[in-house]
Design a protein around this ligand. Structure first.
Ligand SMILES: [Zn+2]
Length: 304
């Protein structure tokens, strides 16, 4: 396909020796880090969304969550799989599988990256030592210019499970004591992000949860939609509403693996749960959307 184009060559050099699979030739490359983590590279620039390489074994034998499981960044795994400095980190919400590694990454890269999150996320990050001048507090509606790309912040919602609720809800208006367990990392509001690269390609990350505010994304028309595909049985017509509201050309599932099998474990499937990509494809057909579905292999680069 188009792997030999100048744009792909530029993206390729930013990726190091990794060879990207060609989906398109926009010069924008995307990599799934497992769970709801994403890395986006273009024009020598780098954004990371919800990194969670640690994949902590927080589930008990019955599949229930061990609510007092102690926070622990597995730094050797983060260092192995996230080698390069992002200039921007995007937090979709405050839960451990989204926010845990952001303070470590910011420390490791000399406090240079910035992070976007809500006021609650800012308090949780500050309580873990992130300098407040590197935190961009957002509530949804912001359209931020990073000169070469923009980020539109979208007010969003957490997934609602069987009880119509979710683990560790809550908000903060002041910095708490240093978070110690996974229950201390509160949801604190949920955000989506539309990243638009130099007027040539856009990716909408509704990737951290399986819910959204329809009116906030209506008419956005991203080139690619990265859509959270964790449990959404109680969210009315979730996938169809997301596709109808945004009408993307490329659909990418997110948050669709077991969250605990380590990335270097040979038992880890190459891709996420197959039902996620299948649901996206079936729904696109049902709503009359001519979109391509990319079912990404974990840690593999794709040229969009
Ligand atoms: Zn969550």
């Amino acid at each position: 396909m188009l792997i030999g184009t100048a744009a792909a060559a530029i993206a390729g050099s930013a990726l190091g020796s990794a060879r990207a699979m060609a989906v398109g030739n926009s010069g924008v490359s995307l990599r799934w880090l497992g769970v709801a983590g994403w890395e986006l590279v273009f024009d020598g620039r780098r954004i990371v969304v919800d990194p969670y390489l640690s994949r902590l074994p927080v589930l008990d034998a019955n599949g229930g969550i061990i609510t007092d499981y102690r926070l622990d960044v597995r730094t050797e795994l983060v260092d192995r799989y996230l080698e390069r400095r992002p200039e921007l980190l995007l937090a979709t919400h405050g839960h451990y599988d989204h926010l845990l590694e952001i303070p470590y990454l910011m420390r490791r890269f000399g406090g240079e990256p910035r992070v976007i999150g809500t006021e609650t996320h800012a308090h949780l990050l500050a309580a873990q030592g992130v300098p407040t001048d590197r935190i961009i507090i957002a509530q949804g509606g912001e359209h931020l210019d990073f000169h070469g790309f923009t980020v539109q912040v979208v007010r969003s919602l957490h997934s609602q499970f069987g009880s119509y609720g979710y683990f560790a809800p809550g908000t903060l208006t002041a910095a708490p004591p240093r978070p110690e367990t996974i229950s201390d990392l509160l949801e604190g509001g949920t955000l989506g992000y539309l990243v638009t690269i130099a007027d040539r390609y856009s990716v909408l990350f509704l990737s951290g949860t399986a819910n959204f505010v329809e009116r906030e994304v209506e008419g956005l028309r991203p080139d690619a939609l990265v859509l959270g595909m964790s449990g959404h049985a109680n969210v009315f017509d979730y996938t169809a509403r997301a596709l109808r509201a945004t009408r993307p050309k490329l659909l990418v599932p997110s948050h669709h693996d077991d969250m605990v099998t380590q990335l270097d474990d040979p038992a880890l499937p190459e891709k996420g749960f197959p039902a996620a990509a299948r649901e996206l494809a079936d729904t696109a057909k049902r709503v009359g959307l001519a979109a391509t579905v990319l079912d990404p292999a974990v840690l593999r680069w794709y040229d969009l």
